[in-house]
Design a protein around this ligand. Structure first.
Ligand code: ADP
Ligand code: ASP
Ligand code: MG
Length: 444
């Protein structure tokens, strides 16, 4: 059994949808398949914009409706296939109160329609092309989550429910929504932006799939974002650890949580290109490729718009439990800390959820002097051998010095699969290109 996930661009226009349907048919011919789909490209953004505009009393969902109907039109399918969802979307947007901030719960409900449209559209198109396909909303086939709207997590019973709902042998394929779930009391949640990869991995792990395939718009996981580095190359084999580090440090090709369910059940994840279906893609496994001590780096990732928080406290000197006290504040406010550096009297760390920082800051100010620096980027050199490689730091620093990039914070260490740095947002792309050049291009 395999789980086959298609991202927004892969289901974003008629030609690409035909490609995706051909891939589904080819996979189904070889064995059982569960298909997971995202919203068509741009649709989630349009929905969130409409929800936000509704708080100002100017919401208009018709452009989204027209976008999805346009896809149905291209295949001469009736608009009635999505009519109940269109009505429910209009109601959800109309119910948003004016003049008050949009709640995460309402935002998730509106955002969920992208995937709800998608499964119905794709299943109908696949069926018209001779593949027996049934659409499902993930929450009707086991995706029950907590109520952490915007970043929901599946409940433990979720996996068993997924198995009960989807392990039954079927002639065709189930087409399931990525990204969304429901709380036990029936409120729609999302797993976070880009979360369809995570949905695919959760279904894959629950169904103990032989493989989880992520079909996207690039040839696999590459040595850098090809939009930033024109010479980026596809990586044939990656370890779970390396892929998780890359995703965590901003390689958008995989949602950061995607690898965890795969690790749990030891299921290979393959990243493939819907526009180049014969390509080998990238396979991500527990072992990955052997470490080459001379060339330990596999890829460079970056994450923009992060915030640096520095806490300075003279009381910290020799104080037991200081760090525990500090991190407890972040944990309680559900703010993930990405990178940490400490000195005798200060702790500097980076976070990417700036919105949640406000209430945490006033508590941190009770611990020490707090400085907040915004507009920063994390840049990470990732590879299993990076922490132990001789000379890599020298190469990294001289490449960045040559490019006149100022490094504001560094985190590295023996045994680690990454070396990460903080630079200004304005320098991030330049830093990635300089590092790619020094580490990969010069080697070629
Ligand atoms: P999908 O809609 O299929 O989920 P995404 O846009 O979320 O696709 O992710 C694919 C994009 O990720 C690529 O178009 C590419 O620009 C970006 N990307 C960032 N880092 C990498 C990387 N290391 N390798 C490949 N793609 C990357
Ligand atoms: N449609 C959602 C988003 O745009 C989820 C996804 O594409 O994975 O964030
Ligand atoms: Mg994605």
């Amino acid at each position: 059994m395999r789980v086959v996930k298609f991202g927004g661009t892969s289901v974003g226009d008629p030609t690409r949808i035909v490609n995706a349907c051909d891939i589904i048919a080819a996979k189904r011919a070889k064995g059982p398949v569960v298909v997971v789909v995202s919203a068509a490209s741009k649709v989630t953004d349009m929905l969130l914009k409409a929800a936000d505009a509704a708080t100002r009393g100017v919401a208009d969902v018709e452009p989204v409706v027209a976008r999805v109907r346009g896809i149905l039109d291209a295949f001469s399918l009736p608009h009635s296939l999505i009519e109940p969802e269109v009505i429910a979307l209009r109601e959800a947007v109309a119910a948003i109160p004016r003049g008050a901030p949009l709640t995460p719960e309402r935002s998730d409900l509106v955002a969920s329609f992208g995937e709800r449209f998608s499964v119905r559209t794709i299943a109908a198109i696949a069926s018209a092309r001779g593949i027996k396909a049934e659409p499902y909303d993930a929450y009707d086939v086991g995706m029950i989550t907590d109520d952490h709207f915007g970043a929901a997590e599946p409940l433990t019973e979720s996996a068993e429910r997924m198995r009960d709902a989807l392990s039954i042998p079927r002639e065709g394929v189930a087409v399931v929504t990525g990204f969304i779930g429901k709380t036990a009391d029936g409120r729609v949640t999302t797993l976070g932006r880009g979360g369809s990869d995570y949905s695919a991995a959760l279904f894959g792990a629950a169904l103990r799939a032989d493989e989880i395939e992520i079909w996207t718009d690039v040839d696999g996981v590459m040595t850098s974002d090809p939009r930033v580095v024109a010479t980026a190359k596809t990586i044939a084999v990656l370890s779970f650890t390396e892929a998780a580090e890359l995703a965590y440090f901003g390689a958008k090709v995989l949602h950061p949580k995607t690898i965890h369910p795969a690790v749990r059940e030891n299921i290979p994840v393959r990243v493939l290109n819907t526009f180049n279906p014969d390509g080998e893609g990238t396979v991500i496994t527990e072992a990955g490729a052997p470490v080459e001590p001379e060339h330990p780096a596999r890829a460079i990732a970056s994450k923009k718009s992060i915030t640096v928080v520095q806490v300075v406290s003279s009381r910290m000197l020799l104080a037991h439990g200081f760090l525990a006290k500090l991190f407890e504040v972040f944990a309680r406010h559900r703010i993930a800390v990405d990178m940490v550096a400490t000195s005798e009297v200060s702790v500097t760390l980076t976070v990417d959820r700036d919105e949640a920082l406000g209430p945490a800051l006033s508590e941190l100010r009770r611990i020490g002097d707090v400085q907040v620096i915004r507009g920063r980027s994390l840049v990470a050199v990732v590879g299993l051998g990076v922490g132990d490689a001789l000379g890599i730091a020298g190469r990294v620093f001289s490449a960045l010095a040559r490019a006149k990039v100022n490094i504001e914070l560094i985190s590295a260490g023996s045994g680690r699969a990454n070396m990460s740095m903080v630079v200004s947002d304005a320098d991030a792309d330049k830093a990635v290109r300089a590092l790619h050049h020094a580490i990969f291009d010069e080697r070629a």
